[in-house]
Ligand binder design. Sequence first.
Ligand code: ADP
Length: 160
Amino acid sequence: MRKAVYPGSFDPITNGHLDIVERASLLFDEVTVAVLTNPAKRPLLTLETRVRLIQEATAHLRNIQVDSFSGLLMDYAKRIGARAVVRGIRGVQDFDMEVNMAHMNRQLDEEVTTVFLAAKAEYSYISSSLVKDIAWHGGDMTRFVPDCVVVAVQSAVANH
Ligand code: ADP
């Protein structure tokens, strides 16, 4: 059983994230999309909403689970029996940070391997923060996120 974890903030999940999940679902028997609860970051969406949106956006995929975790990723990976960590790379802006993180995680647990998947070219400029910027200014984000995300982000912005 090849099990992987795809960790992130997913505030909110975007089409770029979804493409990585779809690719990963072809490579592994089971992929857990794991939302990190990081008290240092102040997310727009609650943890429950972020989890629900990922569940809805990935409902067409059979081997995807959605979960949340806090603390060290390597501890979480061990707990769920994942031997691979999936991360998406949009370009050089992600590279340094992601490679450093992979090295650090390898120091923590040699048995878990980080696998980088290249972002789909037309999604490589999409980030959760740009999507939120668009939402704050009342712009159209429909091309950048799954349908279920649009209403959730708009109402989170309206109620902020
Ligand atoms: P984090 O706070 O951990 O960076 P994100 O939710 O921003 O969480 O991203 C999670 C992962 O998805 C990271 O590996 C990031 O590089 C990747 N990612 C973000 N946006 C895209 C995109 N448009 N296409 C592909 N991968 C992406």
